[in-house]
Design a protein around this ligand. Structure first.
Ligand code: UT7
Length: 308
């Protein structure tokens, strides 16, 4: 069965930077506390989900040497669509001149990996090229007076251009999960701001990441020693450290951008992946583990081989 290959990538973040020191002026917190407890130094804030998604998508197309006319589907992973209706993907589709369809998908912070797995299935049933975008403006649903959440979130976008292969492709294995009995841990009602039980999300996140990552490594028959890079959802550096420790993955093998971008939900995995690519940490034939978790709760992992 045909599968997918990554042929382009791009990211976008708004210009405005909000540092931990900036937050000290408005809430009872400190740069030291935030950095020690989360690994975050600053986050970018601003723009719209459509504008950030468009910019990341355009860079990914340019990088692949393609235009919107070459794409038959836009998949947008987001929890912060600009409007309730319509979805934000048609705006990005229009901005980029994409020839095919466009759809939003919301699996919270697991959305980008969900999108990757869905894209893989669509290649098996005839799609030729898919633009997968993760874009968020979490600042619009953050309560900036709540120190339990305001310190964590940021805005940004990342995109991959995916192409159908004649062979089985580079998505070697995947695992998708959901436990809707846990919706109360992290949610945002219409017209309100995000609510989170941080401690409980933390505890469960480590558990689901370890289980899901173990599942995909086993499915792909990959030993942790043969893993080149882990690209985890960037929610808290301590979650990443705890998961790496339990999985016996040296922390040096983790792609980390949380210090600069905070938690950008669907955008965090592509932001971390593209940062690793741009810093020459990803090479042809490498085996990457992408793993995310988030509200729902949902979780998603995939083993991806990097093309030569
Ligand atoms: O995409 C998925 C989304 N979310 C997550 O993954 C979030 C997962 N959870 C977390 O990252 C962490 O639970 C937080 C960063 C949200 C909180 O860190 P924590 O280590 O779990 O702190 P805590 O809630 O146990 O609070 C410890 C102390 C408390 O003071 P006392 O009771 O010990 O005196 C808090 O009141 O730190 C206090 N505190 C703060 N102090 C300064 C809580 N938030 C802050 C703050 N600044 N922003």
């Amino acid at each position: 069965m045909p599968g997918l290959r990554v042929v382009g990538w791009g990211t976008a973040v708004p210009e405005k930077v909000v540092t931990n020191r900036d937050l000290e002026a408005t809430i009872d917190t400190s740069d030291e506390w935030i950095f020690e407890r989360t690994g975050i130094r600053e986050r970018h804030v601003g723009g719209t989900t459509a504008s950030l998604g468009t910019e990341a998508g355009r860079k990914a197309l340019d990088q692949a040497g393609l235009t919107g006319a070459d794409i038959d589907l836009l998949l947008l992973a987001t929890t912060t669509a600009d409007k309730i209706v319509p979805g934000t993907s048609p705006t990005i589709q229009h901005n980029l001149g994409i020839a095919g369809g466009a759809v939003d998908l919301n699996a919270a912070c697991s959305g980008f990996v969900y999108g990757l797995v869905i894209a893989n299935g669509l290649f098996a049933s005839g799609a030729k090229r898919i633009l997968l975008v993760g874009a968020e403006t979490l600042s619009t649903i953050t309560d900036w007076d709540d120190r339990g959440t305001a310190i964590l979130f940021g805005d940004g976008a990342g995109a991959l251009v995916l192409e159908r292969t004649d062979d089985e492709g580079d998505l070697l294995s995947w695992d998708l999960g959901s436990d809707g009995s846990l919706t109360d841990l992290l949610y945002c009602n219409h017209g309100e701001k995000m609510q989170m039980d941080g401690k409980e999300v933390f505890r469960r996140a480590v558990r689901v990441v370890v289980d899901s990552a173990t599942t995909v490594l086993e499915k792909a028959k990959i030993n942790v020693d043969d893993l080149s890079l882990i690209v985890p959802h960037q929610a808290n550096i301590r979650i990443i450290q705890a998961a790496c420790q339990r999985l016996n993955i040296p922390e040096e093998k983790a792609a980390i951008v949380i210090d600069r971008f905070g938690n950008t939900s669907s955008a965090s995995i592509p932001l971390a992946l593209v940062d690793a690519i741009e810093n020459d940490r990803v090479h042809g034939g490498d085996t990457l583990l992408l793993t995310g978790f988030g509200a729902g709760m949902t979780w998603a992992s995939a083993v991806l081989r990097w093309p030569h």
